[in-house]
Write a protein that binds this ligand. Sequence first.
Ligand code: NAP
Ligand code: GDD
Length: 359
Amino acid sequence: MKRKVALITGITGQDGAYLSEFLLNKGYIVHGIKRRSSSFNTARIDHLFQEASKDSTFILHYGDLSDSLNITRLIRDISPDEIYNLAAMSHVKVSFDTPMYTANIDGIGTLRILEAVRLLKLEHKIKIYQASTSELYGNAQEIPQNENTPFYPRSPYGVAKLYAFWITKNYREAYNIFASNGILFNHESPLRGETFVSRKITLAATKISIGEQKVLKLGNLNAKRDWGHAKDYIESMWMILQHNKPDDWVIATGLNYSVRDFTIKSFQKLGIELEFKGTGVDEVGVVNKTESNNNISEGDILVRIDPNYFRPSEVNNLLGDSTKARKVLKWKPRYSFDSLVDEMIKSDLELAKKNIKSQ
Ligand code: NAP
Ligand code: GDD
């Protein structure tokens, strides 16, 4: 049987790495677009490259979503069966500093892919997955959020992704392209970027637990997110493209927790019971009880608020209702909030200990 060919933009990111592994295991030939960078940016996929590149099932190409001709040429040469558009400037806070760049990549970048497919007359061959996001709901108009909930983005990132959502839908309706949006709620993992709050917390908590860091500084502790595991979520991307028609799908666990909850759970996994005291910028996370003997004592302050991490406009409460995907696609997450945090803490603890040994 002919092997299916996938093209993944954003292959060096968290989701790109897990999706590559998943598709290779399914027998796909996987092509990926990576950016040229002055330092190595392939740490998450190096193991795949070493294993799969021997028999040419994993192939990387230089490219950038800002470069229409590069994208068009790659789609022409690779002629994939499926495109997963995961590339993005994906940090919400950074999008306030780089709004035009974010619009260019996260918004117009999606149009570049759709237009390339149309220009090359590959509308009937290629299926496209667009990485849409729960940030579209932003200042959420109802709780929980489903496919019919009105959008109200709260950042340049959310607004750029809103354009990408609608242009994907428009090309589906106007040109009959199999183009689907996965409206994915937050998903984390040991491969999560280090400046997203989940990973920032697990990295800091593990370092603090072995005496390598003193304090964790955070912004808004009250924000609530519906946190899942990236491994469960990339599987939904594939399922979305295997469905018999293109559509829009919410993917979420259906439970949400605050940043404060995530922090308490992370320290708890390390034998440190934290209690939050005070309000506003004076709120602190204090050790209530500890089994750790690395110079951590009851009463120590391990978490403080740093207003630099506040956002000009915040998304307070995201909670997804993925009934449609669960019924129609038969998708359901395997990880719980507890097993997600557990895996991240174990992985970062190992990393922190390894770093000490190499010092
Ligand atoms: P990520 O780890 O930040 O990865 C983003 C990827 O996009 C990286 O490979 C990055 O390359 C690449 N990229 C950035 N700018 C690019 C450009 N101009 N041209 C080509 N590639 C570029 O993000 P993720 O968590 O895997 O998320 C994947 C996608 O899902 C993103 O579109 C994100 O917005 C969306 N999403 C994520 C979540 C979530 O909770 N993770 C939820 C909903 C939607 P470098 O490695 O070189 O930086
Ligand atoms: N990053 C960060 N750093 N966030 C903090 C911090 C901090 O020190 N302190 C509190 N937060 C709060 C943020 O204000 C936000 O409300 C929440 O933690 C989550 O922030 P992030 O982890 O940066 O993720 P996000 O929800 O803004 O965006 C992520 O999820 C989206 C899906 O809803 C990204 O992966 C987006 O690309 C994705 O679309």
